[in-house]
Design a protein around this ligand. Structure first.
Ligand SMILES: CC(C)(COP(=O)(O)OP(=O)(O)OC[C@H]1O[C@@H](n2cnc3c(N)ncnc32)[C@H](O)[C@@H]1OP(=O)(O)O)[C@@H](O)C(=O)NCCC(=O)NCCS
Length: 396
């Protein structure tokens, strides 16, 4: 089996250019590597040691047995293993994964990731990350299975899951209590934030193209540029002049602020900690706050070399439009309250994957479920021409 035969046998329409180079590197050893990383003893050993995918072990081992029978898939797993380890862009559209009979094709991406699990454990232990946090962070694999169940109706580990699990492979995602956090990364775009001596915060739009409705041009129902404006910041020797953002709304007029009073504290050059919200667990304020508190502790004790300026979140759950569809006692609204909002370009479709998982989404509003108040009210909002525009938010 060589590279071209693999592509032909698997019916792969395209591959990233680097696949052929990886093949050249591994062509003499991939068979041995495949025998190891697809063997029952290896997979069971790694997963048991790290307590990963335990409830799914039987399915995983059956899938590995199926892949072992398919030489072309074995080679592809070895190429993918090298690709993810080299930090390759798994989202590369040139990578068109093969499709076939369920089990082996549903899971083969997983076998490229499993060999990185012991490295992740070692990395976090070397940084003295508490064992419960390491274990919870590696549960991301289990979460991926459940995401597939939600999206396609059965557990699996598809290309999308391999893309996502690269956060875990790269040791940049940790689970602490209620939330998952990315280790600090530059994620702020569209705002500059200032603080004064009283601790007050001033948020200015930085290059945002504002639609006449106040949304970002290019968002759903906001495609035209009539009466739009670009909210930029200018500076003189003594002043900063820009469009203030109040509760996510960008002022049309500019205001001047004294540089003597206001000091820059957050801009696109700064690292922040992005927050991700898994489905499982209570979502009350105490649970949420204890996660943030432990995050700060872990950052101070284990990642002191990774400074960050703020905690940041971009999701449908940050949308200010949710105020129109959730009751005042809503946990989601209480979660949002801590964040300083700013608008971002939004297709208005993010909400469907998480509020109506596995359903048709925006293409068939009438057919959407009405099981919860949120589902009923979101459906009604879209039927009336509205949308849930995802927002960004941050806090210090
Ligand atoms: C985080 C989460 C558990 C919070 O749920 P919650 O504590 O019930 O939130 P609220 O108190 O605000 O819920 C108010 C209402 O909306 C419903 N609701 C909340 N999240 C919902 C969701 N994702 N799907 C459907 N309904 C939902 C609740 O069931 C409740 O309905 P009810 O009035 O009929 O009882 C839930 O939203 C969730 O599972 N979200 C998915 C995770 C996600 O989207 N992450 C972001 C990825 S970017």
């Amino acid at each position: 089996m060589n590279f071209e035969q693999m592509k032909k046998e698997l019916g792969m329409e395209s591959c990233p250019g680097c696949f052929a180079e990886i093949y050249e590197e591994i062509k003499d050893e991939w068979k041995n590597r495949a025998s190891l990383i697809l063997s029952e003893a290896y997979i069971e050993g790694v997963l048991t040691e790290a307590k990963v995918l335990l409830p799914y072990m039987e399915t995983v081992l059956s899938a590995a047995a199926k892949v072992r029978e398919n030489d072309a898939l074995c080679l592809l797993v070895c190429v993918l293993e090298k690709w993810v380890k080299n930090g390759g862009n798994i989202n590369d559209p040139d990578y068109t994964p093969p499709k076939g009979p369920r089990l082996d094709y549903d899971f083969f991406h997983l076998f490229a990731a499993i060999p990185t699990i012991p490295d992740s454990v070692r990395y976090f232990r070397n940084r003295n990350v508490p064992e419960d946090i390491i274990a919870a962070s590696l549960q991301e694999y289990d979460y991926c299975f459940e995401m597939c169940r939600m999206n396609i109706g059965r557990i699996a580990f598809d290309k999308g899951r391999l893309v996502w699990i690269c956060h875990t492979i790269n040791n940049e995602l940790i689970r602490i209590g209620r939330f998952k956090y990315e280790l600090p990364t530059k994620r702020v775009s569209g705002v500059r934030v200032y603080k004064n001596s009283k601790g007050e915060i001033l948020t200015l739009a930085d290059g945002l193209h504002i639609h006449r409705t106040g949304r970002i041009v290019g968002s759903i129902y906001c495609e035209d540029e009539t009466e739009s404006f670009v909210a930029d910041i200018t500076e003189t020797e003594n002043e900063i002049i820009g469009h203030v953002i109040t509760d996510g709304n960008v002022a049309r007029e500019k205001t001047s602020f004294s540089k003597l009073e206001w000091e820059l504290c957050l801009s696109k050059d700064d690292a922040v900690i992005p927050v991700h919200i898994p489905r499982d667990g209570d979502f009350d304020v105490d649970t949420i706050e204890s996660s943030y508190a432990r995050l700060r502790e872990v950052m101070a004790n284990c990642f002191v070399d990774m400074p960050y300026k703020a905690i940041h979140c971009h999701t449908w759950m940050m949308s200010r439009d949710l105020r129109k569809v959730l009751k005042p006692t809503s946990n989601i609204l209480a979660f949002q309250k801590k964040y300083i909002h700013y608008p971002c370009k939004s297709a208005g479709t993010w909400v469907f994957g998480f509020v109506f998982p596995g359903e048709k989404g925006i293409s068939d509003i009438e057919s959407l479920s009405e099981g919860t108040s949120l589902q009923r009210n979101v459906k009604e909002l879209y039927k009336n021409g509205g949308a849930i525009y995802d927002d960004c938010g941050f806090f210090f």
